[in-house]
Design a protein around this ligand. Structure first.
Ligand code: CAA
Length: 271
């Protein structure tokens, strides 16, 4: 019954059950998909299985989805990678950093690449992704928030790029958006001190679009989703494509890209 309902709404019921095993819940309601990290008792710690589940959601996201909300159940968005990875035993069925250290470089890099796939799709022009962040967003948690287009945060948010403090680098697609959002100097400050960025600073430096009281987070996200869905879908996709490409183009190239997109819009609307 639940499976049939999910399919009717355009969701993929099989995927919902697969991802649930990995602490990730997917709900699709028409044009809105909500991904919930769902291991609150472990502060939504993430594993390679979490990232595979995210990648699979991206691969089979129903076409009608326009907005993807990424949230964490419980007091915190996500405490980052599951610390069992640092133990010799590792995460059951998923190995450990000790076992990875003995694999050939290309094999582990391939594994990281698969993990990154769980984050990369959130930038697609066809969707707008919103991270709803409360409590701690550490390491992989911070990077998951950075992989979304927008961050709406609760006033108790604590962002921390802990990887360098643990001898690692942030490798889950977070370094580029961090630099783009806050600038190189601030990104160096945040990462190389592994310090915590709280709500006021997050808002000031451009890490968050909106800070709200903890109890208002869900409503603030719902309001933003409604605003986003009120805009013409194809125009939104084309505009996101333009904005995403802007940094890599000269002004002349960007103007040319605007002309091409606009000509296509005019044709679609008035031909
Ligand atoms: N992995 C596994 N379990 C974790 C976890 C993690 N990252 N973070 C928290 N937990 C578990 C705790 O062990 C505890 O479990 P038990 O109840 O079974 O003892 C439970 O979650 C609750 O934890 P706390 O009582 O500590 O919860 P809190 O709300 O008081 O504190 C916290 C939250 C500040 C996030 C704290 O738990 C913490 O510091 N966690 C570790 C954060 C961390 O170092 N993460 C790694 C980031 S680096 C990274 O992510 C690397 C990468 O991508 C490659």
């Amino acid at each position: 019954m639940a499976a049939a309902q999910a399919r009717q709404r355009g969701g993929n019921a099989d995927e919902v059950s697969v991802t649930a095993e990995h602490g990730v819940r997917l709900e699709v309601d028409g044009e809105i998909a909500t991904i919930t990290l769902d291991r609150p008792e472990k502060r939504n710690a993430q594993t390679f299985a979490t990232w595979s589940a995210l990648a699979r959601i991206g691969e089979s996201l129903p076409e009608q989805v326009r907005v993807v909300v990424v949230k964490g159940e419980g007091p915190s968005f996500s405490a980052g990678i599951d610390l069992r990875m640092f133990t010799p035993e590792g995460v059951p069925g998923q190995g450990s950093f000790s076992s990875a250290a003995t694999s050939v470089d290309a094999t582990f890099e391939q594994r990281i690449s698969q993990a990154q796939a769980g984050f990369l799709w959130l930038r697609r022009p066809e969707i707008v992704s919103i991270a709803a962040v409360q409590g701690y967003a550490i390491g992989a948690g911070f990077q998951l928030a950075l992989s979304c287009d927008l961050r709406i945060v609760a006033d108790d948010v604590s962002f921390c790029m802990k990887e360098p403090a643990l001898g690692l680098v942030p490798d889950l697609t977070g370094t580029k958006p961090l630099v783009e959002l806050v600038g190189l100097a601030k990104a160096i400050d945040i990462c190389l001190t592994a310090r915590t960025v709280h709500a006021d600073e997050a808002m000031r430096i451009g890490l968050a679009e909106q800070v709200v009281a903890r109890g208002d987070l869900d409503q603030a996200v719902r309001d933003k989703v409604a605003e986003l869905l009120a805009v013409n879908r194809d125009a939104a996709i084309a505009t996101k494509r333009l904005l995403q490409g802007a940094q890599g183009r000269s002004l002349e190239e960007q103007c040319a890209a605007e002309r091409i997109e606009q000509a296509a819009r005019i044709k679609a609307l008035f031909a």
